[in-house]
Write a new protein. Structure first.
Length: 177
């Protein structure tokens, strides 16, 4: 049998596939959390999973990654592209991790917590859509009065003693503690 291609899967390939899949799974799960530190850790795990995926895609060390059905020539060098891509991925992951950690620290300094809060405007749009949907069902068309956030209109839940809103933890933009 000349020119036969060996299509057997070795244990290392299966193990690496499971490890890469696990890193991607845990990384995506962490990125869906509301804590900024968990999001950063999830991004780091995704970066490590990508690096392993690129190195596994390179094939067996010392052999060219794509054989094209031809026999392996030991004098032929391996393709350096997977290693170069993994090195580039490491640099990009490090830079983005440093940037995300700086953003998380800045958010923690401004708000006092690392939890990602809902956007106020998204909540207003959701309330307006819910009201519009209930108006269509009931057959009434009422004017929706939503506060535009400019401070002209008093809120129903606003107290008279000028306490800060519980959502902003008593800080204002530009307030450095």
């Amino acid at each position: 049998m000349t020119g036969a291609v060996d299509n057997t899967v070795n244990t290392l390939d299966v193990t690496m596939a499971v490890v890469v899949g696990g890193l991607f799974t845990i990384g995506f799960h962490l990125m869906l959390q509301r804590s900024l530190m968990r999001i950063v850790l999830g991004f780091i795990l995704l970066g490590h999973g990508t690096n392993l995926l690129l190195l596994v895609a390179g094939g067996t060390p010392g052999r060219p990654p794509v054989l094209d059905g031809k026999p392996v020539n030991p004098a032929e060098p391996a393709d350096p592209l997977p290693q170069a891509m993994a090195l580039t991925s490491i640099v990009i992951t490090f830079g983005l991790t440093a940037f995300l950690m700086a953003l998380a620290y800045r958010s923690w300094r401004l708000s006092g917590s690392d939890e990602v809060r809902d956007d106020v405007e998204d909540r207003r749009i959701d309330i307006a859509l819910q009201r519009a949907g209930s108006d269509e069902v009931s057959g009434t068309h009422e004017e929706t009065d939503l506060d535009d956030g400019d401070g002209d209109e008093p809120d129903d839940d606003e107290s008279d003693d000028n306490e800060p809103d519980h959502r902003d933890h008593g800080t204002t933009p530009g307030d450095h503690r």
